[in-house]
Design a protein around this ligand. Structure first.
Ligand SMILES: Cc1cc2nc3c(=O)[nH]c(=O)nc-3n(C[C@H](O)[C@H](O)[C@H](O)COP(=O)(O)OP(=O)(O)OC[C@H]3O[C@@H](n4cnc5c(N)ncnc54)[C@H](O)[C@@H]3O)c2cc1C
Length: 261
């Protein structure tokens, strides 16, 4: 499946919303998950491959020019207008996906499969805990947008510095704690420390923690060890790992998760 860039919006200094349309998007089936994601394939600059491509088009293509798979969350799928929105973190010229988004122009094509995903705020709990950095704000935003007026959520949203916050509209009652890297001590536990220093509301809640691997792990440990929360039904996902490309991270992710608890 593929689609073309319709337009690009700068949401904050480090987040770009790329809205896709056209191509074969009419065949796209949405998802009820609010962390639904696509597996997109980004072509390195200079690649002789063109979108759309088939497996046989990649035969004989040198490794450095083959498409690089990356997962990205569907912030919004407007089936009626055939518009698919994805919020990309801008993190410099390195990598393939973030830099593609920075260069994206109307008409540029992106090939992808999906959607996958499994989280949606549960109806049967009293409130929802959501923790995420910029890479997870698409899923946090979609989750908050799905809440009914009687729902209650507590959000810890991680961004670089004051001024990088984005709108997270919701009909529900939402308390958002913006956490700034510029004000952090740079430790792997700084997000967990912020969560730890906050009183949780009474009642039952579900858990969504997605973002940088070490920060996700520290929050998970805090919820598990310090607060004794049963995380068996929690949605916890280390989306990316500092100083690792997605290829490097995917190679070690399973073992890292198992060994680090
Ligand atoms: C299910 C799922 C959904 C995701 N949804 C989104 C989404 O909606 N939006 C989004 O932006 N990301 C999302 N991510 C994360 C994204 O797939 C990774 O960040 C990916 O590594 C970006 O690829 P890249 O080619 O830009 O950089 P890579 O080539 O993978 O990495 C190059 C360098 O950039 C660093 N880097 C990667 N991501 C970041 C970042 N977010 N901030 C700072 N440095 C970074 C790496 O550590 C590495 O040093 C999602 C991941 C998963 C698993």
């Amino acid at each position: 499946m593929y689609a073309e860039v319709h337009h690009v919006e700068q949401l904050s200094p480090d987040l770009l919303r790329v809205v896709l349309t056209g191509g074969t998007l009419s065949q796209f089936e949405g998802s009820s998950a609010t962390d639904a994601y696509i597996k997109a394939r980004f072509l390195p600059e200079g690649s002789p491959v063109n979108v759309p491509f088939e497996a046989e088009d990649l035969v004989g293509v040198a490794d450095e020019f083959r498409p690089r798979p990356r997962r990205f969350t569907i912030r919004e799928w407007d089936a009626h207008r055939q518009l698919l929105s994805i919020d990309f973190v801008v993190h410099g010229d390195h990598g393939f996906a973030g830099s593609w988004a920075q260069r994206a122009q109307p008409g540029d094509r992106l090939q992808f499969d999906g959607p996958g995903g499994s989280y949606r705020p549960a109806d049967e709990v009293d409130w929802h805990l959501l923790v995420g950095d910029e890479s997870a704000l698409g899923a946090v935003g979609a989750s908050l947008q799905s809440l009914s007026p009687d729902a209650h959520a507590v959000v810890f949203a991680i961004v670089d510095e004051p001024g990088c916050e984005i709108d997270l509209p919701s009909a529900g009652r939402v308390v958002t704690h913006w956490l700034y890297r510029s004000e952090s001590d740079d430790s792997e536990t700084w997000v967990a420390d912020a969560v730890a220093s906050t009183d949780f509301p009474e009642g039952t809640f579900d858990v969504f923690v997605h973002g940088e691997a070490a920060e996700v792990r520290a929050v998970k440990r805090h919820l598990d060890v310090d607060r004794g929360i049963d995380l068996s039904g929690a949605s916890i996902s280390p989306y990316w790992r500092r100083q690792h490309t997605d290829e490097e991270w995917r190679k070690v992710k399973r073992q890292w998760m198992a060994s680090q608890g």
